[in-house]
Design a binder for this molecule. Structure first.
Ligand SMILES: [Zn+2]
Ligand SMILES: [Zn+2]
Ligand SMILES: [Zn+2]
Length: 350
């Protein structure tokens, strides 16, 4: 206890204010009774200033009257209470105490409303989470209303469920707290479907991006030509390329060549031609050029839509919308990259 007093005297802003304060400090006026009856003498003013709950305990009419004031902190090891009191004096908690009594300190900081200690414990315990202790800490975090720690526990638990399931902690929880077990299982279920949704979304996005890239390539093949395919009225030696999207462009060129020469196409018996035909139709759906468009079938598709000879169903319209937005996202990020590149290009030039 002497150690505590000295520490406080060093840290206290009022040290040196006058002898009265110092005298008061030197004389402990409250006793903290711990499990096993061991006593920690302390200063009521310091405890009260650090914890509103202790303050209420000390200033209650009953306690004020009694000459020997006592606070009972039971159910926690003596050393943990000592570390807690030390925090109330110094606002500091060393790593060793956190390591040994983190769980107890979290409970005490919650019960006696010491937010700074609670924050330290939440962080300290989160750093020390293991497969073995995660269930215990999860239960404690829930009891002590520490949501950050609670979510961290849930994540660790659901990522390692097969091993956590084998621990004593989990078995105990299953037998004693079926509601919490249910809550955890539900969280895991939601996390799993969240993961699935994200994966599906990413796959879809990449498909739309591929399609939007194919649309760009189709346009540039049909207007300026790329390596081996170009507009019929253009000198093939003037074909440009290979372009920046040559992987897609090359595949598309092969498909166009096939489309032009395929014999089975006529009766709709060729899957490859069907795909090419869909790409032409997709182009027509997103093309905003009226007469000048040089992509084959663009005008024909537009006419057919106008004459109501083909119906764009909802799925098709959704596909068109997604490809258009993928195209927009792509050109935006390209523009951004270009802007970032510009200074470098300029520097090279000079
Ligand atoms: Zn190309
Ligand atoms: Zn074919
Ligand atoms: Zn077009």
């Amino acid at each position: 206890m002497v150690q505590l007093q000295n520490q406080f005297l060093q840290n206290s802003p009022s040290a040196g204010d006058g002898t009265m304060v110092a005298d008061e400090l030197l004389e402990p006026d409250v006793q903290i009774i711990t499990s096993g009856g061991r006593i920690i003498p302390a200063h009521s003013r310091i405890l009260a200033s650090a914890s509103p709950v202790v303050e209420r305990l000390i200033t209650s009419p009953q306690k004020r009257r009694s000459s020997d004031r006592k606070i009972h902190i039971l159910g926690v090891p003596y050393d943990a209470v000592s570390a807690f009191v030390q925090f109330l004096y110094s606002s500091k908690c060393d790593e060793e105490h956190m390591e040994k009594y983190g769980i107890h300190l979290l409970a005490l900081s919650h019960v006696y409303f010491v937010p700074q200690l609670k924050q330290n414990c939440t962080r300290g315990l989160a750093e020390r989470l293991t497969i073995e202790n995660v269930v215990d800490i999860l239960q404690l975090a829930r009891l002590c209303d520490a949501p950050d720690l609670y979510v961290k526990c849930l994540k660790l638990l659901s990522n390692n469920f097969n091993t956590v399931e084998e621990t004593e902690g989990w078995k105990f929880l299953q037998n004693h707290d079926p509601w919490l077990e249910l809550e955890i299982l539900r969280f895991m279920d939601e996390a799993e479907s969240r993961k699935k949704r994200t994966r599906r979304h990413r796959e879809e996005q990449s498909l739309y991006l591929q399609l939007s890239e194919a649309m760009d390539c189709l346009e540039h093949i049909c207007t300026e030509g790329c390596t081996s395919v170009g507009p019929y009225d253009m000198d093939p030696s003037k074909n440009k390329g290979p372009c920046s999207k040559f992987l897609t462009c090359h595949g598309l060129q092969l498909s166009i060549k096939h489309f032009v020469t395929c014999k089975r196409r006529v009766n709709g018996g060729c899957l490859r031609c069907k795909r090419m035909w869909q790409l032409f139709r997709l182009h027509s759906s997103i093309c905003d050029q009226t007469d000048e468009c040089r992509v084959p079938l663009c005008r024909q598709f537009k006419l057919k839509v106008e004459e109501d000879r083909i119906q764009d169903d909802a799925t098709w319209r959704l596909l068109v919308r997604k490809v258009v937005s993928a195209k927009a996202v792509c050109s935006l990020s390209l523009a951004k990259r270009k802007r970032e590149d510009e200074p470098r290009v300029a520097m090279n030039y000079y």
